[in-house]
Write a protein of this length. Structure first.
Length: 158
């Protein structure tokens, strides 16, 4: 049985195996495990960044929706203010137009009344002149009748 296991070969094989394991461990497994650890850390950081980016994107999306809603509300408010200002302006213009129309109407009535008075005075004067001429032709020149007609024409109203 002693021939089956040759001890010096076994020792040399063990030393060779130890050297191979040491070389593989030192130059292959240890750097590869370090590389895997670095890559795992990179993957974890990347996943955190992706998660953070997703939160940032969600926050930005929420902020954009809020800004859009605020802008929509502001636009509606401005539109309502513009409509209200237009209504007020229209009411002001209508009121001013009504006031101007009323002033023009009153001025027109005053002008008509003035014209009527001027025409009435002119007509009275012409009637008086005709009456005086008729009186002069009928009765001769009589200053008492003339004075009476001039004074009485003031009482005539049209």
């Amino acid at each position: 049985m002693a021939d089956l296991i040759h001890v010096p070969t076994l020792v040399i094989q063990a030393i060779n195996l130890g050297i191979i394991v040491f070389v593989l461990w030192k130059f292959f497994f240890k750097p590869y495990l370090a590389f895997l650890d670095v890559e795992a850390q990179k993957r974890i950081k990347l996943e955190e960044d992706i998660s953070s980016s997703a939160h940032i994107v969600d926050a930005a999306r929420t902020e954009a929706e809020k800004i859009r809603d605020d802008a929509r509300i502001d636009a509606k408010t401005m539109a309502n203010e513009i409509v209200e200002n237009a209504r007020k302006e229209a009411e002001t213009i209508r009121t001013e137009a009504a006031t101007e129309a009323e002033l023009a109407r009153k001025k027109g009535f005053a002008d008509v009344e003035h014209e009527r008075k001027v025409l009435a005075d002119t007509m009275k004067q012409k009637v008086l002149d005709v009456a005086l001429k008729m009186n002069e032709k009928l009765f001769g020149k009589n200053e008492a009748n003339e004075q009476f007609l001039k004074n009485s024409h003031k009482d005539i109203n049209f």
